[in-house]
Design a protein around this ligand. Structure first.
Ligand code: SF4
Length: 231
């Protein structure tokens, strides 16, 4: 399989494809279409961590309807531990029920073991209840501004379509999925800005059911877009 970079870079299956040009076009688009979710304006580790838990398998727009209230009422793990019923009341109407138990457990663990702070070392994050690779890396990316390879349904879907390789929920954790998503970025791992751009592309253009390829800023790089650059 061969991919061609409009910027002139050619590469084969095992090397980055035209990632520089891909990133350039994606970031230019994102400069005009970035979502303005309130959680993107904070780097508070607790809020970043709690938001990632809330966003799991939930539309960002739904989380946005309760997020400001969440921030005001539950600005720290100890506030969750003190009022789990209030948290349940806030999140219940959104169908975020199982997230409540996750958050309460997590908050209690942070209070008991870290004095209510969020540890920022990756290994420590991974030991927190309910925290896996994606959440740990997202916290480091959005709380610390670190580069991170974020593989979720959005980024994996984009990569699978770009490269014409099927990807399912069950394969999201596979090294192959990480490899494909990683190839989208010229830096390894991707910058926080690149991650946000991919997330927004997947949320608004490269939709799960029917991608809107006509308005896609990277369609000339995509096996399903107009360019048809792979063979
Ligand atoms: S061209 Fe279509 S399938 Fe490819 S990345 Fe863009 S929206 Fe997704």
């Amino acid at each position: 399989m061969l991919f061609v970079d409009r910027g002139g870079i050619r590469s084969g299956e095992s090397e980055p494809f035209g990632a520089r040009g891909f990133q350039r076009q994606l970031l230019t688009w994102h400069g005009h279409h970035a979502a303005d979710f309130p959680w993107r304006r904070t780097n508070d580790p607790w809020l970043v961590l709690a938001t990632e838990i809330l966003l799991r398998r939930t539309r960002a727009n739904a989380v946005a309807t309760v997020w400001e209230e969440f921030r005001a009422r539950f600005p720290s793990p100890s506030t969750v531990v003190q009022a789990p019923h209030e948290l349940r009341k806030l999140l219940w109407p959104l169908g975020l029920r199982w997230r409540v138990d996750n958050l309460v457990l997590l908050a209690r663990h942070l209070v008991d073991h870290y004095g209510g702070a969020v540890p920022l070392e990756r290994e420590a994050l991974l030991k927190l209840p309910g925290v896996g690779n994606y959440v740990a890396d997202a916290v480091r990316a959005f709380a610390l501004g670190e580069r991170a390879l974020l593989v979720d349904s959005n980024t994996a879907r984009i990569a699978s379509r770009i490269f014409g390789v099927p990807c399912t929920w069950s394969s999201l954790r596979s090294p192959r999925a990480r490899d494909l998503v990683g190839r989208l970025s010229p830096t390894a791992p991707p910058t926080p800005r690149m991650n946000l751009a991919l997330i927004d592309l997947g949320r608004t253009v490269c939709l799960p059911g029917r991608p809107i390829c006509d308005i896609c800023p990277v369609r000339c790089y995509c096996s399903q877009g107009a360019g048809k650059l792979s063979s």
